[in-house]
Design a protein around this ligand. Structure first.
Ligand SMILES: Cc1cc2nc3c(=O)[nH]c(=O)nc-3n(C[C@H](O)[C@H](O)[C@H](O)COP(=O)(O)OP(=O)(O)OC[C@H]3O[C@@H](n4cnc5c(N)ncnc54)[C@H](O)[C@@H]3O)c2cc1C
Length: 396
């Protein structure tokens, strides 16, 4: 067995698997649950196609175009289901209105996180919102290539996925609009499902959904659990999901994320979207105007190509935006500057997972961050005026 690129660089996108004419590449899962590409040397004819599509090897981005940057938030109703400023939904609606197809990541009822295509606005909520799990895009490559022959395709995903698709499609297609999201790093779906299994056990198999970050529950909510019974939705606060804690602390990303070639301004998409952290400092007046309108979530938007610029101009009818700069957006967005650094629990978590699975990892986080979890729970139980007072005293 051999690798297309070294294990530490493989982002698990599967473009090599899809392009191999001899079916010599298998997507394997390692002992921690990360997917990587492995070559069967008996079948390999050394044609090099796998290397020609690998985003760790081919990083073919437009360096000529002078980037433009904006702070923006969507004025469309659908924004509420989005994690940030709802920019993706605006782009998606534009492509759908022109009879195109939109590819992005959904989490289905079995908690599988995968790339799917949608052709109607009714299906858009499936793709909205961040799922902090590596999504499986294997089945999308060929479908996108086929669809491009007759219609517009919008693909939105992590930069390694966007780069992989761009390499796989090969020649420039007028019909393809690529949007990359700024990415902190991705854990794997095995660990995520392990966490879901623990929640299912706790809630007697009543769990029907899991959402990361939910605007309905306010800023301190990291996500919510959805239930099959009349219980509806329940907020998940900081430190109450070991998986989420591990994600935020950069403890469980796949190896390639820690040396990601796209954690900077060298972007593979026609457009890059992200959270505009620190917008209140960088674009104070705009931030105030958004607050007055009751908008929740402001995105950073970076235009990387001429095609991206033309598409952006056509799609911004319902966008409240203000020109900004790439440098301002970068200020508080670390993954536009460099890759995430391994969290301090990285080695411990790997060792525990190998030894006693997610049960053990879960116990580790629950014990280690017990004080923080209880403090957060107590804070959430307080009436509003006490919270306000506490924030004032603590200067937060
Ligand atoms: C794993 C991950 C890490 C992120 N890290 C950062 C960060 O460090 N800094 C930052 O500014 N922004 C980060 N984001 C992006 C940010 O949270 C918003 O998703 C983005 O700004 C777009 O917001 P929106 O409101 O326009 O669209 P939204 O409706 O929130 O979602 C936009 C798109 O995200 C795609 N998406 C969701 N989950 C995944 C996934 N697992 N893999 C691939 N694509 C996915 C959907 O397909 C959809 O097309 C991250 C997102 C993900 C998924």
């Amino acid at each position: 067995m051999d690798f297309v690129v070294e294990y530490k660089d493989c982002c698990g996108c599967g473009a090599c698997h899809e392009v191999c004419p001899k079916s010599a590449i298998t997507m394997k899962i390692d002992e921690y649950g990360y997917v990587y590409a492995s070559i069967d040397n008996e079948l390999c004819v050394d044609c090099g196609k796998c290397k020609s599509v690998c985003p760790a090897i081919v990083n073919n981005n437009d360096k000529e175009f002078e980037k433009k940057a904006y702070a923006g938030t969507s004025l469309d109703e659908s924004t509420k289901k989005s994690t940030s400023g709802g920019i993706f939904a605006l782009f998606a609606k534009k492509v759908l209105s022109e009879g195109g197809v939109v590819y992005g990541t959904e989490m289905n009822e079995s908690f599988d996180v995968q790339v799917i295509g949608i052709e109607s606005e009714e299906e858009l909520p499936k793709l909205q919102g961040s799922k902090y799990v590596q999504s499986n895009m294997l089945s999308a490559f060929k479908k996108i290539k086929e669809a491009l022959k007759e219609k517009k395709v919008l693909f939105c995903g992590t930069p390694c996925q966007v780069s992989a698709l761009k390499n796989y499609i090969g020649k420039e297609s007028e019909n393809l609009i690529l949007v990359d999201i700024v990415c902190h790093g991705v854990p794997n779906s095995q660990m995520f499902k392990d966490e879901i299994a623990l929640f299912q056990k706790k809630y007697k198999d009543n769990l029907s959904g899991f959402a990361f970050r939910d605007k309905d529950f306010g800023q301190n909510c990291v996500g919510n659990l959805k239930f099959k019974n009349k219980d509806g939705k329940r907020a998940l606060y900081s430190y109450s999901s070991p998986y989420y804690t591990a994600f935020l602390k950069c403890d469980i990303f796949r190896e390639s994320c820690y040396s990601c070639a796209y954690s900077n301004t060298n972007r593979p998409g026609d457009i890059t979207i992200c959270d505009y952290w620190g917008v209140e400092k960088q674009e104070g007046e705009f931030h105030m105007a958004c607050q007055e309108k009751g908008m929740v979530g402001i995105s950073g938007i970076i235009i990387n190509t001429k095609k991206g610029e033309e598409f952006f101009e056509k799609s911004k009818e319902k966008l409240l935006c203000k020109e900004s700069t790439v440098e301002k957006i970068q200020k508080e967005n670390g993954n536009l500057v460099c890759p995430s650094t391994r969290g301090r629990n990285y080695d411990t978590v790997r060792a525990i997972y190998k030894e006693s699975g997610w049960d053990g990892v879960s116990r580790f986080y629950n014990k280690k961050y017990r004080k923080q979890r209880i403090t957060r729970q107590l804070y959430n139980a307080c009436p509003k005026f006490v919270k306000k007072l506490a924030r004032k005293v603590l200067g937060k």
